[in-house]
Design a binder for this molecule. Structure first.
Ligand code: GTP
Length: 409
C-alpha cells in the first residue's frame, strides 16, 4: 500500500491515489480513513508516478487499455504531504504530448481538506423559498422552485411538472402572512390570473388578492405511476456554453421533454458544477484533457476526486416534494445508491439516458443524424471529444450505457 514507485518520467501523483483507484473505495475505506490519513500525514509518501504507464514498453493503445482498466476513487481520500519531497530532476518533471510540453514539477500548494475528520452526521433539510410558473415555447409550462438548505449556501432548484407535486415547505402557512404574501412566494394552487387594471399597475399600494386572481388547478391530482425524476448537476459549459465535450445539455433537455410528455416529474438541479469541483477547476481539467488526459485523470491530477458530488440536498428536496417511489433518469449507478441511501426515496426503475448520437450510430442512422451548424435551439451533441468522454464514463465510472459496437472495433 505504501510502496513508492519511482518512474523515470512523470508528475507528482500521491502513491495512495493510485493504490485506491477503485470506485467503491470511498465507501469501503471510509471507516478507517482516520488511521490511514494520520499515518500518511507524517510520512513523506510522494512518488513520481507517470500519469500513464511506462511509455517505453507499451504502445499507446496498450497504455490506454491498461490505464482504463484501473478503477478510480469516487473522491480523493489521500492527504497531500506537507513535507516537500526532494525536487525531481528537470527530465522527470515534464508532462508532454506530441505538440506540447508542460512543466509539472511542484506539488500542490494547498492540500485538500482533511477528510479523515469525521463530519457530524446530520440529516440535510431543504425548504422552498419561492416558486413560479415558467411557460415554455411549445405552450407547456412547469413550476421552478428555489431551495435553501442546511448544508450549503447554494440556490438549488427543482423544475416541477404537473400540479400534483407540491412542496410541503412552500405550502406551509407562515406566521402573519396574507394571501398576497403567499401568491408572491408561489404558495398557491392553480394559476394566477392577471386581474390588475392599467391604472392599478401604477399603484403599489394594491397588495390584496381577489378570489378571481387564482384559477383553480384542473390537472390530475395524483400521477398514475411513480414520477419521473432527474437529479441533474450543473454544467455551465454543456447547458449554456454550447460545449460538445459532454452531453449534459442534451440530458437536461431530454429529461424536460419526457416530463412534459408525461405531464409530471421533477428535475432537481444541483449546483454541483464540474462533478462538484466548480467551474474554474473544471476548466483546468479541460486543459489537461486537451493534453490527452481523460476526464477522470484530469480531476485526480488537480487533487480532486473523480466525482465529488453529494446527494443529501437532492434527497431533502425530493422528500419536501413528497417523493417516495421514483423512476430515476440516469446512467449512473452511484447516483442511484446515493439518492436512496438512508432515505424514504426508492428508485423503482432506472430510465436510461442514451446519448442521442450513440443511439443514432447503434440504429445505423448516423448519416441522418445531423446537428445543425451553430444550432442552439436543440442541444444534441456529437463528436470525437464527446465519444471519448462517454467511453471513459462507461469504462471508468461504471456508467450503464452500451458503447456502440462500431466503436469497440
Ligand atoms: N470535472 C469534470 N466535470 C465534468 C466534465 N464534464 C462534465 N462534467 C460535470 O459532470 C456533471 C454531470 O455528470 P455526468 O457524469 O454527465 O452525469 P451524471 O450526473 O453522473 O450521470 P447521469 O445521471 O447518467 O447523467 C456536471 O456537473 C458537469 O459539469 C469534465 O470533463 N470534468
Amino acid at each position: 500500500m505504501n510502496d513508492v514507485s519511482a518512474s523515470s518520467q512523470g508528475s507528482y501523483i500521491p502513491r495512495n491515489a493510485i493504490d485506491h483507484m477503485n470506485p467503491f473505495f470511498y465507501k469501503s475505506h471510509h471507516a478507517h480513513t482516520h488511521h490511514a490519513h494520520s499515518h500518511h500525514r507524517h510520512s513523506a509518501n510522494y512518488s513520481y508516478q507517470q500519469p500513464y504507464p511506462d511509455t517505453h514498453h507499451n504502445s499507446v493503445a496498450d497504455q490506454e487499455q491498461e490505464f482504463l482498466q484501473t478503477p478510480v476513487p469516487r473522491r480523493l481520500s489521500v492527504q497531500i504531504e506537507t513535507t516537500k519531497p526532494s525536487a525531481p530532476s528537470p527530465a522527470n518533471s515534464t508532462l508532454s504530448t506530441a505538440s506540447t510540453a508542460v512543466s509539472y514539477n511542484t506539488p500542490p500548494a494547498t492540500p485538500p481538506l482533511d477528510q479523515s475528520i469525521p463530519k457530524p452526521i446530520e440529516d440535510a433539510v431543504a425548504w422552498c423559498t419561492a416558486r413560479a410558473r415558467i411557460p415554455t415555447p411549445d405552450g407547456s409550462e412547469y413550476f421552478l422552485h428555489i431551495y435553501e438548505n442546511s448544508q450549503d449556501k447554494k440556490e438549488h432548484l427543482a423544475f416541477v411538472f404537473g400540479d400534483a407535486i407540491r412542496s410541503k415547505s412552500l405550502d406551509k402557512v407562515q406566521w402573519n402572512e396574507t394571501e398576497m404574501d403567499r401568491a408572491k412566494r408561489g404558495a398557491y394552487t392553480g394559476r394566477l390570473r392577471n386581474t390588475v387594471s392599467e391604472e392599478q399597475q401604477q399603484d403599489m399600494a394594491i397588495l390584496s388578492l381577489s378570489a378571481e386572481s387564482v384559477i383553480p388547478s384542473s390537472g390530475t391530482i395524483s400521477p398514475a405511476s411513480p414520477p419521473l425524476v432527474r437529479v441533474h448537476s450543473e454544467c455551465f459549459t454543456g447547458e449554456i456554453g454550447h460545449s460538445a465535450r459532454c452531453d449534459c445539455g442534451e440530458q437536461l433537455d431530454e429529461a424536460i421533454r419526457l416530463m412534459k410528455a408525461e405531464g409530471s416529474g421533477v428535475v432537481v438541479y444541483l449546483r454541483q458544477e464540474g462533478r462538484g469541483i466548480g467551474l474554474a477547476e473544471k476548466l483546468k481539467a479541460y486543459n489537461l484533457q486537451d493534453l490527452g488526459y481523460d476526464t477522470v485523470m484530469a480531476n485526480l491530477m488537480l487533487n480532486h476526486g473523480a466525482d465529488e458530488r453529494t446527494y443529501e440536498v437532492a434527497q431533502a428536496i425530493l422528500e419536501d416534494l413528497g417523493m417516495n417511489d421514483i423512476r430515476l433518469l440516469t446512467n449512473n449507478p452511484d447516483k442511484i445508491e446515493q439518492v436512496e441511501k438512508d432515505s424514504q426515496i426508492k428508485v423503482v426503475e432506472r430510465v436510461p439516458m442514451m446519448p442521442k448520437s450513440w443511439e443514432a450510430i447503434e440504429q445505423g442512422m448516423e448519416a441522418e443524424f445531423e446537428v445543425k451548424e451553430g444550432a442552439v435551439e436543440n442541444k444534441i451533441v456529437r463528436g470525437k471529444e464527446l465519444d471519448k468522454y462517454l467511453k471513459v464514463k462507461v469504462e471508468r465510472m461504471r456508467h450503464l450505457i452500451p458503447i456502440p459496437t462500431s466503436m469497440n472495433a
